[in-house]
Design a protein around this ligand. Structure first.
Ligand SMILES: *[C@@H]1O[C@H](CO)[C@@H](O)[C@H](O)[C@H]1NC(C)=O
Ligand SMILES: *[C@@H]1O[C@H](CO)[C@@H](O)[C@H](O)[C@H]1NC(C)=O
Length: 381
């Protein structure tokens, strides 16, 4: 009980000291276990022999039972919260080095539950999102060196925090996308809150974290009874697509009653007003992608000119030259619109006839080009 309240008091003190908020991992730091009899050693990091002096948080250090200077080193036992912070090593007026003494936090579950890793394909890289606003610095690393906390680990540090207080990382791996995956990835994450270090290691197969981007809806071809929807894999997905197969699910809304249906084949009923699609790896049954935005469906001869807007509308393959003819038609309508406008101001009608014929004409946009995903391998240290 006594220990616990001391602990809380210390936490309070520390969180009140803005100087102790670490927004990055310090260059030098030592992580101690709470109240451990085994000493931790802080080294001065100078090549010159001779006397040095240690300071703590900018003040002269009081040598006590549990803080001993051994040569140039500082040896600390029974580390408790008031002992955490920045220790600096001096020769005269020259600061030789600075080392943070931090505390290891044992509960790894908390950190574990905050990390979500996703791969958009089997190539190059994946990303991990860290959702929490409590931690002020986070870093992650792949491989056994990082699990062991070794100096060879290639850490990737959090840049700035996301708007929601989380962190995001891009990690490169060197697994071959074509080989059957037999090695697990080993991801180690470290996070700092106040002067406490949380640490966790997670092992998983790349295939377990695959989630493709949303696919692209191509055409909606009208057959006798159905619509045949062509769906293209997202540009970020692994190639060749014959090897990295995706399966798609189409969700659609019936025109007459607004009911919703789903199809795992490319065929959907004709009598629908709109549809959207999602994909997943068909071999490992990965997580589904996000749904695409809804697309309105055009069937019959019903105003195919709308199909200029391939973002909003899913259309059959258009007869050659149709879009040109639509342009001409539009010009004519616009002429009529000008006339109608003149008419309206004369007669005081509320709505222009052209606006009724061409609702949303101004909002039509051309399709955005697909964004290309680049693979850049980050080399280790
Ligand atoms: C200081 O610490 C370093 C690293 O732990 C160790 O190699 C060295 O022997 C220590 N020096 C003394 C005087 O204890
Ligand atoms: C649907 O379209 C795809 C691609 O154009 C084609 O390969 C497939 O045979 C079509 N399905 C039917 C039932 O017509």
């Amino acid at each position: 009980m006594m220990n616990l309240s001391l602990w809380k008091f210390g936490l309070l003190l520390i969180s009140l000291t803005e100087a102790n908020v670490l927004h990055d991992f310090p260059k030098n730091f030592v992580v101690a276990k709470f109240n451990d009899a085994e000493p931790v050693t802080l080294t001065c990091g100078t090549n010159h022999d001779g006397e040095v002096k240690w300071m703590f948080q900018g003040f002269e250090l009081e040598i006590e039972d549990n803080i001993q200077q051994v040569g140039q080193n500082l040896s600390v036992t029974y580390v408790e919260i008031p002992l955490l912070g920045e220790y600096s090593c001096w020769r005269g007026d020259e600061m030789l080095s600075s080392t943070h003494l931090l505390l290891e936090v044992e509960e790894k579950e908390e950190l574990d539950s905050l990390i979500t890793c996703l791969a958009k394909s089997y190539h190059c890289s994946f990303s991990c999102i860290f959702s929490n606003s409590e931690f002020t610095a986070v870093r992650v690393g792949l491989g056994h060196d990082c699990t062991e906390g070794g100096k060879l680990c290639h850490w990737i540090s959090s840049g700035d925090q996301n708007r929601d207080g989380g962190f995001q990382f891009e990690l490169s791996h060197s697994l071959s996308p074509y080989a059957e995956e037999s090695t697990m990835l080993e991801l180690t994450a470290e996070a700092i809150v106040d002067l406490n270090v949380h640490r966790t290691t997670r092992r998983f197969y790349l295939r377990d974290i695959v989630q493709p981007d949303s696919p692209q809806i191509g055409t909606c071809q009208e057959l006798d009874l159905d619509l045949n929807v062509t769906i293209d894999p997202p540009s970020s997905w692994s190639t060749p697509h014959s090897f990295f197969g995706l399966e798609h699910e189409i969700e659609y809304v019936f025109k007459d009653d607004g009911k919703i249906g789903r199809s795992l084949s490319s065929l959907v009923p004709k009598s629908i007003s709109k549809l959207r699609v999602r994909s997943r790896d068909s071999l490992v049954l990965s997580t589904w992608s996000e749904w695409t935005p809804w697309k309105n469906v055009r069937t019959g001869e019903e105003n195919l000119c709308k199909c200029r807007n391939t973002v909003k509308y899913c259309c059959p393959e258009l007869p050659l030259g149709l879009l040109d003819r639509c342009k001409k038609k539009r010009k004519n309508k616009n002429k009529n619109k000008d006339n109608a406008h003149a008419h309206r101001t004369l007669t005081g009608y509320g709505r222009s006839p052209a606006a009724v014929l061409f609702p949303g004409a101004a909002a039509d946009m051309e399709e955005a080009p697909p964004s290309h995903v680049k693979c850049e391998r980050v080399s280790g240290p």
